[in-house]
Design a protein around this ligand. Structure first.
Ligand code: TXA
Ligand code: MG
Length: 350
């Protein structure tokens, strides 16, 4: 199949191109599109055949449910059993935006879309192209991140093309995404609302609206002996091909520890890489040094992380060391993804 690429950013909405994209979805095809978090791989959420195609294109296990994307509140009612007050309040505060809510599903949503669960994940993105596309597609677009299973989520259209060219009908290229990490997921089907995946909307922000929000204890550790509550979080996501270790501690000690390790690895002929920050990256002696951004503005790090992990693969780096990041604010989402990428390999140096 030929994958058609069209360019459209938020300032230049092209209604004719959106109609074409929407018609592909209505006919059961797949279209990748930009959102504020990462690119999504869209299909008709109410068509079981479309969901099967999404799993096939991604190479994703079909027990891993998809997020249903909507464009307005009116669309929510038909796909859920009921809208709890907590959902109304969160929607009021954070929709449209990078928040996904888990609710009890209605019969309209096929089991293929929810991986056999009786709950459904719903998100209303704020990206203008995403919302206009969802409307053109009939109002309900099932979309996982538009990467092949196991690879980092795409933060620009060229990475979608790398993973999906020839597998889907169309890619809408909306340029670089704004946030760079996937949406926060909150489960509202349990007695106490629970975060299943950290993201740009933090626990503190949610607690401003709902007073008490719990966190899935598997989010930041792998020794809980429990399975993550979001089925997708159990897979070894985001992992680069190289062997990644996170090094935590004070700045100077981290830098000298990493440099010692790099020297050893280079002696045995390994191609080495480092993930540092703007301030520290100049101190490292690796084959490939990449700054994730600026610690004073962790949004920069969130935006760069997946691109960096992909670039290490492209450059065939074999051993990678990364500085650790603060886990407050968006930092929790950054460390959650980095810990997964490293298979929870962390060295603490003091
Ligand atoms: O920012 C995002 O959320 C992006 C963009 C495209 O919107 N989408 C995204 O989708 O990250 P995906 O499929 O890569 O991740 C969805 C996560 C998976 O971990 C999945 O297991 C979980 O959501 N999930 C979906 N439905 C669920 C449900 N009913 N109960 C629990 N977890 C669910
Ligand atoms: Mg994903």
């Amino acid at each position: 199949m030929d994958t058609k690429v069209i360019r459209m950013d938020e300032q230049h909405i092209d209604p004719a191109a959106l109609r074409e994209a929407g018609d592909i979805i209505k006919a059961g095809g797949l279209v990748a599109f930009p959102t504020e978090t990462v690119y999504g791989l869209g299909g008709d959420a109410l068509n079981p055949e479309s969901s099967r195609k999404i799993y096939a294109a991604k190479g994703r296990p079909s027990d891993n449910p998809l997020i249903v994307h909507i464009a307005d509140m009116a669309a929510l009612k038909a796909i859920v059993k009921e809208i709890p007050e907590s959902a109304e309040r969160l929607a009021e505060a954070f929709w449209p935006g990078p928040l996904t809510m888990i609710l009890m599903k209605s019969d309209l949503v096929p089991c293929e879309t929810t991986g056999g669960l009786d709950t459904v994940a719903v998100r209303m993105p704020v990206h203008k192209v995403a919302r206009e596309f969802i409307r053109a597609a009939g109002g309900y677009v099932a979309a996982p991140s538009a990467n092949r299973s196991g690879r980092p989520s795409p933060t620009e259209a060229k990475y979608v093309a790398e993973d999906m060219d020839g597998r889907i009908e169309m890619i809408i290229d909306g340029g670089d995404v704004e946030i760079g990490l996937e949406s926060t997921i909150v489960d509202l089907t349990v007695p106490q609302p629970m975060i299943l995946r950290p993201g740009h909307i933090t626990k503190e922000m949610l607690e401003d609206v709902l007073t008490c929000v719990e966190e899935d204890c598997t989010m930041m550790r792998d020794d809980s002996g429990q399975a993550p509550k979001a089925p997708g979080m159990k897979y070894r996501h985001y992992a680069p091909k190289g062997d990644l270790t996170i090094v935590a501690g004070t700045e100077d000690v981290v830098a000298s520890y990493i440099n010692e390790q790099l020297a050893e690895q280079r002696l045995i002929g390994k191609k080495t890489g480092v993930i540092g920050t703007d301030r520290t990256i100049g101190c490292y002696h690796a084959d490939v040094c990449k700054s994730a951004g600026n610690r004073e503005d962790e949004g920069t790090i969130a935006r760069e992380l997946y691109r960096i992990l992909r670039e290490f693969d492209d450059e065939s780096v074999e051993v990678i060391y990364s500085e650790a990041f603060d886990t407050s604010g968006i930092g929790q989402a950054i460390m959650n993804r980095l810990l997964k990428a490293a298979g929870h390999k962390v060295v603490n140096v003091q």
